[in-house]
Design a protein around this ligand. Structure first.
Ligand SMILES: [Fe+2]
Length: 175
């Protein structure tokens, strides 16, 4: 049986969620997906931060610093959306205490906790960036973050949308 999409991309506004127009189970799943996404971004940022202290090759430091800044920005944007929906960062992270120990978090967790050297940077690129692309069926590198957002029915507020637009106009990196 084909999977039916209940809400087209961008169909749900913050007010729809906050004012109870969306069924509670859908909202619960949406909040968990956003919490998981935010935490994965944060763990990836921690991994790049750690990589700055473990990667000896000075030539790739600028790329690591760029990735670190981007991942921090991604995490901030997703936490901002959660905040608008009434869930702060601490609560969102707490809701992931069990999930973060599951196999689906193995890659970002490993990168954040034990990444060392250039091999782990390559693995992070494959396991954290490429899997995001594969999951949403997008092959073009430049469009990943934007497409992932588009695959979500949640429409961020105008302040988040303009931050995302500015970010993607500057060439958002694959997730
Ligand atoms: Fe990211």
């Amino acid at each position: 049986m084909p999977v039916r999409r209940e809400f087209p991309p961008g169909a749900i506004e913050t007010a729809d969620v906050k004012e109870g127009r969306i069924e509670p189970h859908y909202v619960k799943i949406l909040m968990r997906l956003l919490s998981a996404h935010a935490l994965a971004e944060k763990l990836t940022a921690i991994g790049y931060e750690h990589a700055l202290t473990t990667v000896a090759n000075a030539e790739i430091r600028p790329a690591i610093q760029k990735n670190l800044a981007e991942e921090r920005k991604h995490a901030k944007l997703v936490y901002h959306i959660l905040e608008e929906l009434g869930m702060n960062e601490a609560r969102a992270d707490r809701s992931m205490i069990t999930a973060v120990k599951s196999p689906s978090f193995e890659a970002p967790r490993h990168f954040a906790e034990r990444a060392e050297g250039e091999i782990d940077l390559v693995m992070a690129s494959i396991s954290l960036d490429m899997t995001g692309l594969l999951m949403i069926g997008v092959k073009r590198r430049r469009s990943t973050s934007c497409s992932r957002r588009a695959s979500c029915a949640m429409r961020p507020s105008s302040s988040v949308r303009s931050a995302l637009t500015r970010h993607c106009a500057n060439g958002c990196r694959a997730q």
